[in-house]
Design a protein around this ligand. Structure first.
Ligand code: NAI
Length: 331
């Protein structure tokens, strides 16, 4: 039995968490959940959306499954997600994007893995109001973090038998910062002659992704481009409801979907739990419960392929509850 920190988040977080936990339990996952609330709902009582107990729990258990947490725009606490990634040094944000049979999209040959640097860039949070009508933000890029994420991308390529890595920057304009990122990836690429290495500017990448996504395999990007491009790639395979993710460091790993707390559909029993479930499947593989992971994966793909009881974002009319029941009956 492995203890795993569970953060149900807010917005649609608790609904999709309940679904994923039920499916994992039905599949026989050997997990004891250490439930840690965080986000908008705990601020009143604890004065912060990210109480210290949440970090301590992950430090103790080493692994967490996390649902989304709301970040207020323009004011208040910066971001639970950014804070969590920083506190635990979860430097790599891994976001695989692959077509799922049964979900019709413009393309049927997308199989991309996004490796996003997770600790610096404009997310370092160094912002300043100059006067009432102007503000500035500082973009931090270091060789250490850039080489570390490049190494992660190439190691992932080798372990998962992938063929190509693209570095993605805007080094023609941000010559020093993105230039440093690019130079760092180039250095690391030399150590992996068996993996084809290519470079592309982020604007050109966006255009090519929506025309020929099959040209791309693994991409390594600084934080902000990684954030934006991963939503684009989620769109290529059918939307945020099915886009999984993981934040990985040397000591800890937090598995979470790409999407946010979706306040527009909160409490309506129509959120798609697939992205969280796919993240949980990766978590099961990570903690060496591969058979359970494969069992859930099969039941999930069968459910989607048969198109019975899909949630509205996938073109169905089902509730989260019925979709969950169908997956469980397919286990
Ligand atoms: P969002 O990802 O929450 O929603 C964007 C659109 O996708 C909405 O129309 C929503 O209904 C839909 N959607 C998202 N997940 C879905 C699901 N599982 N099933 C069906 N439809 C789904 O992005 P938004 O609205 O920009 O952000 C809402 C809040 O979430 C913000 O406070 C943001 O900061 C936060 N956020 C948190 C993240 C995290 O905890 N890791 C990641 C991204 C955003």
């Amino acid at each position: 039995m492995q203890t795993v920190t569970l953060i149900p988040g807010d917005g649609i977080g608790p609904e999709i968490t309940e679904s994923a936990v039920r499916i994992l339990k039905s599949a026989g996952a050997e997990i004891e959940w250490d439930i840690q609330t965080a986000g908008a709902d705990v601020i009143e009582e604890e004065g912060t959306p990210l109480p210290e107990r949440v970090i301590k729990s992950i430090m103790k258990n080493k692994v967490a499954l996390k649902a989304p947490v709301t970040t207020p725009i323009g004011k208040g606490f910066r971001s639970v997600n950014v804070q969590l990634r920083k506190s635990l040094n979860l430097y790599a944000n891994l976001r695989p994007c692959k077509n799922i049979e049964g979900i019709e999209t413009r393309f049927n040959n997308v199989d991309i893995v996004i490796v996003r640097e997770n600790t610096e860039d404009l997310y370092a949070g160094i912002e300043r109001q100059i006067d009432r009508d102007s503000a500035e933000s500082i973009k931090i890029i270091t060789r250490e973090a850039s080489e570390r994420i490049a190494e992660f991308a190439f190691e992932y390529a080798v372990k998962n038998k992938r063929k190509m890595v693209h570095s993605v920057t805007k080094a023609n304009i941000c010559k020093l910062t993105d230039g440093l990122f690019l130079d760092s990836v180039r250095n690391i690429a030399q150590k992996y002659p068996q993996i084809e290495y290519k470079e592309i500017l982020v604007d050109n990448l966006c255009m090519q992704l929506v025309q020929k996504p099959e040209k791309f395999d693994i991409m390594v990007l600084p934080n902000l481009y990684g954030d934006i491009v991963s939503d684009l790639c989620a769109g290529l395979i059918g939307g945020l409801g099915i886009a999984q993710g993981a934040n990985i460091g040397k000591e800890y790993a937090v598995f979470e979907p790409v999407h946010g707390s979706a306040p527009d559909i909160k409490g309506q029993n129509k959120a798609n739990p697939t992205a969280l479930l796919l993240s949980a499947i990766e978590m099961l593989k990570y903690i060496d419960q591969k058979d359970t992971a494969n069992k859930i994966e099969k039941a999930l793909y069968k459910t989607i392929k048969e198109k019975i009881n899909l949630t509205p974002d996938l073109g169905g009319t089902s509730t989260t509850t019925d979709y969950t029941k169908t997956i469980i009956s397919n286990l």
